[in-house]
Design a protein around this ligand. Sequence first.
Ligand code: HEC
Ligand code: HEC
Length: 466
Amino acid sequence: MRPAIRIGAFGLAVGLVVPWGQPAAWSADRVGAKDKNPRAIAQGRELFTHEWVPHDDRSHGGDGLGPVYNERSCVGCHHQGPKGAGGGSAGTNIEIITPTGTGSNPQDAPGSFFYYAFSFNYGPNGFSYRIGDPAGPTARRPNAGAPNLAELARIHPGFRDAPAVVLHRYGNDADYRVWREWVLGRHGAIALRSSQRNPAPLFGVGLIDAIPDAALEAAARRRHPGFPQVKGRVGRLADGRVGRFGWKAQVATLREFVLSAAAVELGLEVPGHAQAADPRIPPLKAPGLDLNLAECDALAAFVGSLSPPVVAPAANPRDEKARKAGKALFKSIGCAACHVEKLGDVEGLYSDLLLHAMSPELGDTPSYGAFLAGAAAQPVNPPGDRPAERTGLAREDEWRTPPLWGLRDSAPYLHDGRAQTLDEAIALHGGEASAAARRYRQLPPRDQAQLQMFLRSLAAPEVPLR
Ligand code: HEC
Ligand code: HEC
């Protein structure tokens, strides 16, 4: 049993990170690629593709889809690849809102972000956060321009508990659309920055789940001759666990991600994860579970069973040769310092699963929460734990190296899908990756084409939905 902690009236999952188990339960929590029970996988597949409706017959006394949601099914966003379950096109991005300053304090540059000044404070019976961290970067100046919590909570009650929240695309009633437009407008001195996350591909995630933490830690110790600026670090959750899923490496296990996706994206009440709540009617709780534990296990087993991506066969020996040359360039210009071909026992991943500082241009809200229903809330941090900003969670400009396997079938690229092509994605690499990106720019067109041929050989599996 995990400790039941009450956090005021509502729960919150930050960065889709939901609770922690007791340390002993962690390994049991891993789906890995191990659960091969065909019946569970078949049931999980059905749940992955099920189109939920409000008050769905499939629910176990819950309210089905919603009250707020981003899509009706998992496959609605994770639809790429020959039969789905990959990532999503730009139209399936999720939206995150972050309050930003507007300069009512002359020292606050217009558009500066208040969350720099957020400070989390976890007491034994709950937590609160305030604006203006005495130990933080804004300590030296009063934050007179910052709004108070009540003001922020009037816009979205989720801001009580998190510096940024998921703004769901849909609500179960027609008025939600009107309310959503109102939220995105201006609120006196407060403006909201809207940012996006692109659905990540799910192929091979069971293998990623099974990689030992030690492999990530070893990768973080590695140095890269010729590329001294590359210094990956392990994403650490507030509870000390290693994060490896999500664009910010903000989630430790596949199972947690799957359950919190059900709760946050579809508004399903699942064991241990309250459904996303309607921000207009916060006290409204789910009347019961939408998915029971066996169904959650099945869904996680199915997602964990998705075949890893493949290397597509080359059309002819000339292409094969060009790809080989492209792969050699990929290594020699420094791409492989972060996009490592093999991590743990997993071949062909092209990721170290570590966080890298990528440049302010790529920067975005470090963590976000979803406003959840119910009082038996999901704490974002154990009581007495370190404040969020002193944990190893990703900073604004840090991102997890995305695995490049399946790349051919996963456009658009980067965390918000801003790059339509591989060229654009590479050109936007900055920070620790600037040297590699510069070397790519300096390659003659023929070499660039070879490198791209190599990248495009990394394809989604043909038959992912077994
Ligand atoms: C509205 C679109 C949407 C829906 C619906 C959706 N997801 Fe996702 N999924 C995303 C986005 C966006 C991310 C990346 C989020 C991030 O990292 O901040 C993601 C990431 C994931 C990841 C992590 C992959 C990785 O390698 O980091 C898993 C696992 C996942 N989703 C499973 C599911 C499951 C299971 C469902 C159905 C219960 C589901 N998703 C429904 C958009 C969606
Ligand atoms: C310092 C580490 C690092 C180096 C070096 C690096 N990358 Fe990346 N790469 C990343 C990170 C982190 C992202 C995700 C950034 C984001 O989403 O904002 C990324 C994203 C990508 C993507 C988009 C993947 C997707 O699924 O959206 C491609 C393609 C890519 N890199 C290729 C390359 C190539 C080619 C090189 C060499 C020229 C290279 N990278 C060098 C860290 C690195």
